[in-house]
Design a protein around this ligand. Structure first.
Ligand code: NAP
Length: 300
């Protein structure tokens, strides 16, 4: 029997584990992939206090090392079912079954898809959602980055830095990203095609062309490209929460109170799955609060 089982080992889950273990709770983290989640994809972070610049992968390594001093981590173990009994929860994974007094859901988000012809077909053959993973394959090559938020700009800056030639395609005439990132885009003279959407991705073995449409004029054109990085936002991974009957907002994010409690007693949520600012620092903060609340609630 565990005191706390944390589902998801991104920044929120790992921080929750540090707090949970240090307060004496018997804690297990279950992660369907490798610890880090989308944190592993952050090319360079410049807004995590204490580090002027740090790669997502490096910070995750540090957090994982610290978390596993205080809690057990099981990677590649996806939770398939959660059952609530009178006092405890039974958690089933593809490998085992566990019981716990409390649960912290830190399941995060997944990349939103454009849902256009060619996107699925060319995934891994020119279409990618992760510059840290695939960017180095595009050195000296032309790539398109789709989106106008922080992720798109961060990825374009990273691609430019590693010697690739990015062009941003954004559906409006104004960027959503922070000014700091916009200034870097200007400084590095990364081109932006405004008011434009990607309609189709074409190629033979690999991506070769993108069909784009100017939303103001309705005119379509074809651009030659070697790769397409899609960064158009995130969607919550909320299947387990839905099955448990947890209240979600309109966009599918888990609703919590200020102590990270959900509407189901002894289930807490932390990190990107709760929506909001979607920042590393806020995910960590929520993880810390969730673990502390879970501890307090079981002492009552
Ligand atoms: P985001 O902030 O939601 O931005 C998504 C962008 O994609 C927007 O510019 C949006 O256009 C565009 N878009 C959405 N759907 C589209 C579609 N179907 N076709 C074309 N364009 C589409 O998402 P994000 O940039 O992935 O960031 C997610 C969260 O992580 C945010 O909260 C962000 O602040 C955070 N984050 C922070 C940092 C940082 O602090 N350095 C870095 C990365 C991410 P519109 O602008 O027209 O809506």
């Amino acid at each position: 029997m565990y005191d706390i089982i944390i589902i998801g080992a991104g920044p929120a889950g790992l921080t929750a584990a540090i707090y949970a273990g240090r307060q004496g709770s018997k804690t297990l983290i279950l992660e369907k992939g490798i610890a880090g989640g989308k944190g592993l994809e952050v090319p360079l972070m410049e807004n995590y206090p204490g580090y002027e610049k740090i790669q997502g992968q490096k910070l995750i390594q540090k957090m994982k090392k610290q978390a596993t001093k205080h809690a057990k981590l099981k990677e590649l173990e996806e939770v398939t079912k959660i059952e609530k009994n009178s006092k405890n929860f039974k958690i089933e994974t593809k490998k085992d079954t566990y019981t716990t007094k409390t649960i912290i859901l830190a399941t995060g988000t997944r990349h939103r898809r454009l849902k256009i012809p060619g996107e699925k077909e060319f995934l891994g053959r020119g279409v990618s959602y992760c510059t840290t993973c695939d960017g180095p394959l595009y050195k000296n090559k032309k790539v398109l980055v789709i989106g106008g938020g922080n992720s798109a700009l961060q990825e374009a800056i990273f691609l430019h830095k590693i010697g690739s030639k990015p062009t941003i395609i954004h559906r409006r005439d104004q960027l959503r990203a922070q000014k700091y990132l916009q200034d870097q885009i200007k400084k590095q003279k990364i081109p932006i095609i405004w008011d434009t959407v990607l309609k189709e991705i074409k190629g033979k073995e690999k991506v070769q062309e993108a069909i784009i449409e100017n939303k103001k004029t309705g005119k379509t054109s074809t651009i030659k490209t070697d790769g397409i990085f899609i960064a158009i936002g995130e969607e919550p991974i909320n299947k387990l929460a839905k099955n448990l009957g947890i209240k979600l907002d309109k966009a599918g994010y888990i609703i919590t109170d200020k102590q990270q409690r959900t509407n189901i007693e002894r289930v807490y949520a932390a990190g990107d799955i709760t929506g909001g600012l979607n920042q590393w620092i806020t995910a960590c903060a929520e993880g810390a609060i969730a673990a502390t609340t879970a501890y307090k609630d079981t002492q009552k």
